[in-house]
Every structure is written in C-alpha cells, then in structure tokens.
Design a protein around this ligand. Structure first.
Ligand SMILES: Nc1ncnc2c1ncn2[C@@H]1O[C@H](COP(=O)(O)OP(=O)(O)OP(=O)(O)O)[C@@H](O)[C@H]1O
Length: 243
C-alpha cells in the first residue's frame, strides 16, 4: 500500500511543454529525498502527489484510492516551500484548523493538536501566534499539521531551506523520529546534509527520474577517491553529469 503516480503528464497550461510526461513513481517506505536542479519538476511532482494539482493524464492514488477522494486527502499531508502563517491564530489553533480542514471533527482536531505539537517539540509555543514564529518553528508546526490527522504520507518541499545549522539538526532528528510511522518524501538541494540519513534517494532531472533507489545504490555513484563526507555530493554530481 503506497502512494503511486501512474503515467502522469502535467503541463502548466495547454501551450506549455509538459513538466512531467508519462511519469510513474511509487513512494517507498521510510524517508526518501528528492534531489534535482532548479526547475527539474520536484515541486510539481510533490503538488501532484499532494493533490493540489491534477495531472492532465494519468492517475495519483493511495492504496487504489484516487487523489480526489476524502480518504486520500486525509492520508497525505503536504508542506509547501513557503508556509503562510495565519498571524492571528496560535500554533495550537493553526494545527487544529488544519486537522478540521482535513476532515476531523472540531473536537478531535482541538484535542489532538497539543499531542502533535509535543511530537515536534513545540509545546512551549502552543499559545504563540503563528505570525510570531520563526521560519524553523513554522516548519515544525507544518509537520505537526500532518501528525494531527494521522497522515500516512508527508510531502515536504524544501523544508530545510533557510534554516540555521541548529534548526537543521532539530529538524533532522524530528524526521528520524517520525519516519517509522509515516512515509516521508522530501525535496531538497541540501544533498550533503540529508542524503546519508535517507532510506531512499530519487533524482529528478528535466522531469525524468535518473536515479531512484536505496541510499546505498545512490552512493554507489560516488567517484573513486572522493573525500570522506563528500560522498553524497560526488554521487549527485556524477548523476547530473550523466543525465
Ligand atoms: N505556476 C507555474 N506556472 C508556470 N510554470 C511553472 C509554474 N510552476 C513551475 N513552473 C515551471 O515548471 C518547471 C518545473 O518547476 P518546479 O517548481 O516543479 O521545479 P523544482 O524542481 O521544484 O525547482 P526548484 O528547485 O527551483 O524549486 C519549471 O520550468 C518552472 O518554471
């Protein structure tokens, strides 16, 4: 049972070239990182998977359930590149509101929000208005939004962009703690920081997957003689050069 993009074609407008063409992807379990240069189609792929856009051809499903269904929307959580705070809502209200939007009853959403915030170590900020949170704190609230409605899939679009090293550390620990219970697909340019922590790595170039497999399969592309600590970067460069 997983999220599947099957033979999807998507273009931003009829006259534009397709960003993804006849594109098929099965999301593995654990943490998968999605790499690719600017404009490769990573955000587009995540948005199709999140059902915020619809392919012109092909299907997006979870366990056979279509992306348009209510079940699907509850199963899959998406965190866009830029999370817009609702400045007047506190973190708890925000998380509860997202739970309600995802189909929970008001009571359940309100009752579950503190637990979700605790999972991301945001309890002390539960009553802080989201307009006052830092970018890193807001992203943690974004993950809490996924946990509140028990999503099975978490789609994160460049979640570590702009984070300082300490925030990154906290975020990586958070992902490590949730990846046993939810499948995570995370797009990033931060190859050195995350590749070695991932279970799987997918590399998208020009709307085409040039690599998709376990992290050790990805690292097998590292050129011989690469300095320690640069393996992921080396593997990524090799894949880009041969794409
Ligand atoms: N709303 C849009 N309207 C028209 N074209 C778009 C739109 N969003 C993205 N594109 C185009 O689609 C292509 C893929 O963009 P996408 O944002 O999916 O790539 P990406 O891999 O996420 O890039 P980045 O790493 O820069 O975020 C690019 O050529 C981009 O210019």
């Amino acid at each position: 049972m997983t999220l599947v993009l099957d033979s999807c074609t998507f273009a931003y407008g009829r006259r534009r070239a397709a960003v993804l063409k006849d594109f098929t992807y099965r999301l593995p379990d654990g943490l998968t990182i999605l790499l690719g240069p600017n404009g490769a189609g990573k955000s587009t792929m995540l948005q199709l998977a999140a059902a915020v856009t619809t392919p012109q051809r092909g299907t997006v499903t979870w366990d056979g359930r279509d992306a348009k269904s209510k079940d699907y929307r509850r199963t899959v959580a998406w965190m866009p590149q830029n999370i817009t705070p609702l400045p007047s809502l506190t973190a708890r209200e925000y998380v509860a509101y997202v739970g309600w939007l995802k189909g929970m009853s008001k009571g359940d959403a309100w009752a579950n929000a503190p637990r979700a915030l605790a999972r991301v170590e945001m309890t002390e900020h539960a009553d802080t208005r989201t307009g006052r949170l830092s970018g890193g704190q807001l992203r943690r609230v974004g993950v809490a939004c996924a946990l509140v409605h028990d999503a099975r899939v978490l789609l994160l679009d460049e979640p570590t962009a702009g984070m300082d090293p300490r925030q990154r550390r906290v975020f990586r620990d958070l992902l490590a703690s949730v990846k046993g219970e939810v499948r995570v697909l995370l797009s990033t340019h931060d190859v050195t920081d995350l590749a070695e922590e991932a279970d799987h790595v997918s590399v998208l170039v020009g709307g085409r997957l040039v690599q998709s497999g376990s992290t050790s399969e990805f690292l097998a592309h590292t050129p011989p003689g690469t300095a320690q600590g640069r393996a992921a970067e080396g593997a990524y460069t090799t894949l880009l050069e041969s794409a």
